[in-house]
Design a protein around this ligand. Structure first.
Ligand code: ZN
Length: 194
């Protein structure tokens, strides 16, 4: 027979109210800060069989409880991890640019004629064929007007202006002056710190 007199809360002795949990009649403490639930049999061991449940708190977070009304911290933490949107699709967080490709990329040395330096607006590294392998110099600009000039005026980063014949071949690398190329042929610039 179900008792109709609300039993006191086993935790704080406050009067309880009857609720239904998964079809079962149980008693819930009415004290504001107490979540204790009980079968009201007076036997603490019976209450261990109360069905666990969860509630959504004011912040929208789901809190899991043992059947007795105590917070189930383990289950709550587990649920929080599952609900974390950042962990929902770990594969989606992958860098869109494959890392190996990015690491392998480096400026390329390409063959040009000295006169072509006049078209390189941002400057770069140049090594004119016939120069020694360590003959790389960084230039800021080159001026050449084929109708009037017989030579190309190359302004190097150290301020020196050198006039060169327009037709010899050269290697050009688009790279900043803080790294220096070590290659002697077209292909990867093999930049090293100065
Ligand atoms: Zn209570």
């Amino acid at each position: 027979m179900m008792s109709i007199t609300p039993p006191p809360c086993p935790e704080c002795s406050t009067v309880t109210e009857r609720i239904q949990v998964e079809g079962e009649e149980v008693w819930r403490c009415t004290a504001p800060d107490c979540t204790r639930r009980t079968y009201g049999t007076g036997d603490e061991n019976d209450d261990q069989d109360l069905p666990s449940y969860s509630e959504t708190d004011a912040d929208g977070a789901v809190v899991c409880f043992h059947g007795t009304g105590e917070v189930d911290f383990e289950a709550t933490a587990e649920l929080a991890v599952q609900d974390d949107p950042a962990d929902e699709n770990p594969d989606d967080d992958a860098d869109p640019l494959p890392a190996p490709a990015a690491a392998a990329w480096e400026p390329q040395a390409r063959e040009i004629r000295v006169q072509d330096l006049a078209h390189v607006l941002a400057g770069g590294w140049v090594r004119i064929y016939g120069d020694p392998p360590e003959g790389w110099r960084h230039f800021t600009e080159a001026a050449y007007d084929p109708d009037h000039d017989t030579t190309v005026a190359i302004t190097y980063s150290d301020g020196e202006v050198v006039r060169e014949w327009p037709w010899p071949q050269a290697l050009l690398i688009h790279a900043d002056p803080d790294t220096i190329p070590t290659t002697t042929r077209p292909g990867p610039a093999r930049l090293v710190q100065r």
